[in-house]
Design a protein around this ligand. Structure first.
Ligand SMILES: *[C@@H]1O[C@H](CO)[C@@H](O)[C@H](O)[C@H]1NC(C)=O
Ligand SMILES: *[C@@H]1O[C@H](CO)[C@@H](O)[C@H](O)[C@H]1NC(C)=O
Ligand SMILES: *[C@@H]1O[C@H](CO)[C@@H](O)[C@H](O)[C@H]1NC(C)=O
Ligand SMILES: *[C@@H]1O[C@H](CO)[C@@H](O)[C@H](O)[C@H]1NC(C)=O
Ligand SMILES: *[C@@H]1O[C@H](CO)[C@@H](O)[C@H](O)[C@H]1NC(C)=O
Length: 875
């Protein structure tokens, strides 16, 4: 298979990349030890890194002869069960690894996998880890660290001359054990890497002690613990893609609290004139987040990241900058203020000026921030706020950030753990406690409603993708297992069946020319959908053999770049019959184009209201809801961490030529964490937005359930989720439906077309379910699995009656309804029961279309007064 020349460049931009075998790393570590504990010989990890077993090596731990440690393989077949997680060394007694290393600062990384190991109770690991005189971890339990199965802890420790690096694992209390799966020791460069020994470092590089005094020297008597390392505005970077220090960089999307603008990724060569080229991978500097071109909007907000940290420590915050916007090319063109933890760290940050008046020149700035332990606050959110300086001589009232690293600094006793603190957590989600963002929230809801409007699509099928339908997404969000290396587990399998490079299989690359040909140069006549993001075109690829839908995003779309990536990341890994398949993408000339399977029957909305299309039958509607529910259930459950769609609505449910429904538009999707909510800027579409989420900014799967409930009412009532032209009480479908249910008037708002086509039991189940989905609090809503099952049950009820009608005589049907016309609305519709049992008036709204055997029950409304009746009628 031919490889497009641009593919290599794009690999960085997309998640679908594999490590490129590159030339020598920018930094060659003298000591580079990767020790896999509890095993022998050399083994290769998924990323091709070689690990040495500790069993027959010079690193075999020292321990008391009568208290030997034990080795054991992990008793779990979890996907992260790869080197070094496959095996562990465990003990109820202390053991020490001694590493003879060269003097100087080292990265020490500890790998933990909290699986069951033979003879050890999974939850009974509590221990301390010491490195010489430093306490790295105390009362630490890998199995009790936020439900994460694998965990990497990274530290920086200096080793003096003639010293060895000793790592001691001490279980405490006595019936608990200590364990370790892997240890990594990598030399650090002496210059510019976090430490700033007095008299050894250029003055400008000594961190400022924000709000506390002049400078803060980070000398070799301190140990550092890495808590965040983020490639701002970019994708995660794997250890093998680092500059030779095997650092892992995560993306910042879970920590960015404000709306960000994603400048085009820089493609020209970076000029390393101020800092060494090993400081951070080029990709960190090539991507960034800024505020965007609208200075009016920028002036009223901050560009904000929120990073939860433990209190009672000093933190080193390293901010990486590089001006990548070609327009920003002189001193004072973009100047901004940096606040760290609500204090001014830099009054006038001018990246071009720092870089000696040069563009494309990477630079970093270090600051130390004291996070005091005030009162009982255990977790504190360290906030990074950037705000434009808006004096007239400055051309762009904007701010930019390319990367962030945050390290906890050991206290005067060499401790990295507070006196009686729970183990520090790397990855906890921010819990906003202030109202700081509430004004922005409103803006974002408004923006969100315009985003991702609709995709109208038609016929398809795509053989390559269908083969991969069962491919599951691998791994978790971050930090481990590494989602950027998700192709590995499948690489073997796929290469065996198909000799092509994986990224191309999973998300095919199209050239701009190919797509121009496919769409007759983006001919307006082929536009099948228009939205805030841009247009959707119908197109033909592969010499006219395959119809596709081509979504071309507007370059100025504020959300575009990130949504583009999110969509590729999500969809290239998720394959499900009820999710729209992504066939490929194109980003030649800064274009953002996605190619999907073509969905002949367009959006669900298009068949519900404001349309010339024939109305959908009740059974079709049920089947469409079931399909969409299955798609969402798959999103929520098929991966280790649930994927939350965040923009479930009738325009994002598409229908293929066989009326199979598929969920589309993953631009806003987020991957959640185990059992915990993701806190984010509130996004979504008005009318579908979970009130619980809007209030608490805590995103869970239940937010999708809410939106799905709204869709269910949309399907039932054939009206918009939000209709501004209606009377205030009726505008919002969810609250209007709720009111109608409470008042017992729900039947009045049901699509008249359906009125005599629904089996009452089925309708009853449906309404109860829809109502439960839109409950105010997430915990009171069903899961997508419950929704799926209840809908299937509803369909069954409908079909049973339909079948009975088909096969049996009229009499049977009449008897059946004589039985069931007794108040089916017992629970919910008490008032209706009264009305109908008293009522004598029978009216039938007859439908033009007749469906053999379906016209069995009519629900009719004669006036504003509640008077609903059921009646048998004959088809
Ligand atoms: C490290 O362990 C070795 C061997 O047990 C011991 O001789 C040495 O003193 C220890 N070094 C430190 C810094 O604790
Ligand atoms: C260790 O942590 C657990 C909770 O993670 C706590 O219950 C226990 O009291 C702690 N022990 C010590 C000695 O701090
Ligand atoms: C990185 O910097 C070093 C030292 O300045 C230089 O020798 C080397 O060629 C650079 N490497 C690359 C790939 O630019
Ligand atoms: C900037 O944003 C404001 C507020 O949303 C809007 O009124 C204004 O038209 C925008 N300006 C430009 C140039 O887009
Ligand atoms: C930006 O952040 C700083 C520090 O947190 C705060 O003082 C300031 O009010 C914020 N500005 C805006 C416009 O939100």
């Amino acid at each position: 298979m031919k490889t497009h020349p641009k593919l290599t460049a794009i690999l960085f931009f997309l998640l679908c990349h594999i490590t490129i075998a590159s030339s020598a790393p920018l930094y060659m570590a003298v000591d580079n030890i990767a020790l896999s504990c509890g095993t022998s010989g050399n083994t290769k990890a998924a990323d091709q890194r070689e690990w040495v077993g500790d069993l027959d090596s010079k690193f075999f731990p020292t321990e008391e002869s009568n208290h030997k440690s034990i080795t054991s393989p992990a008793q779990s077949q979890a996907s992260e069960n790869t080197v070094p997680y496959k095996t562990a060394r465990l003990s109820y007694f202390p053991f020490t690894y001694v590493f003879p290393v060269t003097p100087g600062p080292k990265f020490v990384r500890l790998y933990f996998y909290s699986a069951s190991y033979s003879d050890f109770d999974k939850s009974k690991d509590y221990f301390t880890v010491k490195a010489g005189s430093f306490t790295l971890l105390k009362n630490f339990s890998a199995s009790n660290s936020l439900g994460k199965e694998t965990l990497i802890k990274e530290f920086c420790i200096n080793v003096e001359k003639n010293q060895k690096l000793n790592l001691t694992f001490i279980p405490f209390p006595s019936n608990y054990y200590a364990f370790i799966n892997g240890i990594e020791i990598v030399s650090m460069p002496i210059k510019y890497m976090y430490y700033s020994p007095q008299g050894f470092t250029k003055d400008e590089l000594v961190p400022e002690y924000v709000g506390q005094g002049p400078q803060f020297f980070i000398n070799y008597s301190m140990a550092l613990e890495m808590v965040y390392r983020l490639n701002v505005g970019g994708n995660p970077i794997s250890p093998m893609e680092d500059t030779g220090m095997f650092r892992e960089w995560s993306d910042d999307r879970n920590y960015l609290w404000s709306e960000g603008w994603y400048p085009n990724e820089l493609s020209v060569k970076l000029k390393y004139s101020k800092i060494p080229n090993y400081t951070a991978p080029d990709t960190v500097y090539r991507t960034a987040i800024s505020m965007g071109p609208n200075s009016t909007m920028n002036l009223v907000s901050n560009l904000t990241w929120g990073l939860p940290v433990d209190t009672g420590f000093d933190y080193l915050v390293r901010l990486h900058f590089c001006e990548i916007d070609p327009k920003v090319n002189y001193v004072s063109s973009r100047v901004f203020t940096i606040y760290l933890d609500y204090q001014i760290a830099e009054e006038r940050a001018d990246v071009i000026s720092w870089a000696d008046d040069k563009q494309y020149t990477p630079i970093f700035k270090d600051y130390v921030v004291k996070i005091e332990n005030k009162g009982n606050e255990k977790n504190h959110t360290l906030s990074i706020d950037l705000h434009p300086v808006s004096t007239p001589e400055i051309a762009y009232w904007d701010a930019i950030l390319n990367g962030v690293e945050v390290f906890k600094l050991s206290d005067s006793n060499g401790n990295l753990v507070g006196p009686s603190m729970p183990p520090p957590v790397l990855d906890q989600q921010p819990t906003p406690t202030t109202n700081k963002f509430s004004t922005k929230k409103i803006i974002f809801i408004a923006i969100g409603s315009g985003v991702g409007f609709l995709l109208v699509l038609t016929l398809v099928y795509c053989m390559i993708l269908k083969k991969l339908k069962k491919t599951k997404r691998y791994g978790s969000y971050h930090p481990q297992p590494k989602w950027w290396c998700w192709p590995y587990p499948y690489k073997q399998k796929l290469t065996r069946t198909k000799a092509s490079s994986l990224p191309e299989v999973l998300c095919r690359y199209f050239t701009l020319d190919e797509l121009k040909t496919a769409t007759n140069n983006f001919n307006e006549e082929l536009i099948i959908g228009v939205g805030g993001f841009g247009n959707v075109y119908k197109g033909v690829i592969d010499n006219g053999n395959m119809m596709v839908a081509i979504k071309r995003m507007k370059p100025e779309s504020r959300q575009g770049a990130r949504e583009f990536r999110t969509e590729i990341e999500m969809l290239s890994q998720l394959r499900h019959v009820h999710l729209v398949s992504l066939i490929g993408y194109c980003n030649d000339d800064s274009e953002m184009i996605l190619v999907y399977e073509y969905m002949k029957n367009g959006t669900l909305r298009h068949h519900l209201y404001d349309t010339d299309n024939d109305p959908l039958t009740w059974k079709q509607r049920l089947q469409i809801c079931i399909g969409a529910a299955r798609g969402l259930h798959y999103l929520h459950t098929s991966t280790k961490h649930p994927i939350i769609h965040r923009d479930v609505k009738a325009t994002n449910i598409l229908l293929d030529e066989k009326w199979v429904s598929k969920v589309s538009d993953f631009g806003l999707s987020k991957m959640g964490l185990d059992n915990s909510a993701v806190s984010t800027v509130v996004k979504g579409t008005v009318g579908y937005l979970d009130p619980d989420y809007a209030r608490r900014q805590q995103l869970t799967e239940k937010s999708d359930v809410y939106s799905f409930g709204v869709v269910m009412f949309e399907v039932l009532c054939a009206r918009k989720a939000m209709n501004q032209r209606l009377h205030a009480e009726q505008r919002n479908l969810a609250s209007w439906a709720r009111k109608c249910i409470e008042r017992g008037t729900i039947s009045q708002i049901i699509d008249p077309y359906l009125s005599n086509k629904m089996v009452p039991e089925c309708l009853n189940v449906y309404i109860e379910l829809a109502e439960s989905c839109i409950r105010d609090q997430g915990i009171h809503r069903p899961t997508m699995n419950d929704v799926m099952e209840k809908l299937e049950f509803a369909l069954e009820l409908q079909e049973n009656v339909d079948k009975a009608k088909d096969t049996n005589s009229k009499e049977v049907s009449l008897i059946h309804h004589a039985d069931t016309s007794t108040p089916w609305y017992n629970n919910v519709y008490n008032r209706e029961v009264l009305a109908s049992t008293n009522g004598t008036e029978l009216t039938t709204i007859s439908s033009g279309l007749s469906f053999p055997g379906l016209n069995s029950v009519s629900i009719s409304i004669t006036s504003q007064d509640v008077s609903t009746t059921t009646k048998t009628s004959e088809a």
